[in-house]
Design a binder for this molecule. Structure first.
Ligand SMILES: NC(=O)c1ccc[n+]([C@@H]2O[C@H](COP(=O)([O-])OP(=O)(O)OC[C@H]3O[C@@H](n4cnc5c(N)ncnc54)[C@H](O)[C@@H]3O)[C@@H](O)[C@H]2O)c1
Length: 286
């Protein structure tokens, strides 16, 4: 089916980033969050980033303005009525199965027949969300990477109920957004986080046991392994709270110690040091 009207639920780090890419790619976007402050913060961030891109000459001012004009916000998180006309919805709220399940149940009720329902979950069982929606054949994972405007990968996640038509629609959405898709079955962490999370945790263990400083751990990976970012800066970028939630669901499913969130990570989250978004995590940010 032709997707033109796209709903995005969640205007945080990922939801606003996905909305930016979608609006810039020509979709009409409704972005929903719990209150106006959050919706406005998401849309203001998108506008600023697009304006900066235009100032740097990477995109035209007309294209930036056109993208912003295709965006609108809504705060009806409980009813989701604003998504009733959407051709497809991408959910990007907090990594909490109870919250996401409730939303997918509601999406199944409120969205028009045939609308595609996608989740940006990093680790939670998509099959549970598919079942909750009562239209499991139209549910798929679209796992974007952070920040969505810079990283082109999307893991397309299928369940046993996803149809070929839904998969084809997901590929078309990715193509229109200029994404590079890989396909993966519904398993916690999919491909990238299954590899990345234990790697980051080993970095945290190295730091916590006093083997090396955070800067040296990250430099070893950047300079010696040719990584663009070290594991600790990557954790700060993901958000330490989100990383902890991702790890908890992976640990619950796999039961392997390598997926258990390290104590130091938990303590930083308790203190509200969540990484870049709060100005302090393993590193400090201006
Ligand atoms: N941060 C990353 O690097 C990253 C990368 C890929 C995927 N993801 C996934 O994207 C999703 C969102 O992550 P994020 O980093 O954007 O988080 P975030 O904390 O930046 O944003 C989450 C949004 O969810 C909303 N929200 C919180 N509680 C809610 C509730 N009870 N009901 C409805 N909405 C609620 C918040 O208002 C917020 O705007 C998660 O599933 C996460 O696993 C994150």
């Amino acid at each position: 089916m032709e997707v033109q009207r796209l709903g995005i639920i969640g205007s945080g780090l990922m939801g606003s980033g996905i909305a930016q890419v979608a609006a810039y790619s020509g979709f009409d976007v409704v972005i929903v969050d719990v209150d106006e402050t959050r919706v406005d913060a998401g849309i203001t961030g998108i506008r600023r980033r697009l304006e900066r891109e235009a100032e740097r000459g990477r995109i035209s001012t007309a294209d930036a303005q056109a993208a912003v004009s295709r965006l609108r916000g809504a705060t009806d998180m409980d009813t989701l009525e604003s998504l009733s006309l959407a051709d497809a919805v991408i959910e990007a709220v907090v990594e909490d199965i109870a919250v996401k399940t409730k939303l997918f149940r509601r999406l199944g009720e409120v969205c028009k027949p045939g609308a595609l329902l996608a989740s940006n979950t990093s680790s939670l069982p998509l099959s549970d969300l598919a079942a909750a929606s009562r239209r499991p054949e139209r549910v798929i994972g679209l796992h974007f990477f952070n920040p969505p405007w810079a990283l082109k990968l999307v893991e397309i996640v299928t369940t046993a109920s996803t149809t070929e038509e839904t998969l084809a629609d997901a590929h078309r959405i990715c193509e229109k957004m200029g994404r590079v898709p890989v396909q993966v079955k519904d398993t916690p962490g999919f491909i990238a986080n299954r590899l990345l999370v234990p790697f980051i945790f080993d970095g945290i263990h190295l730091l916590d046991s006093g083997v090396a400083t955070a800067a040296d751990i990250d430099n070893a990976c950047k300079v010696g392994l040719n990584h663009t970012m070290g594991p600790l800066a990557t954790a700060d970028l993901i958000g330490l709270d989100t990383l902890q939630l991702i790890a908890e669901s992976m640990f619950e499913e796999y039961g392997e110690p390598r997926f258990k969130a390290p104590t130091l990570l938990r303590r930083l989250v308790s203190l509200g040091h969540l990484g870049r978004k709060t100005g302090r995590g393993f590193f400090r940010y201006e």
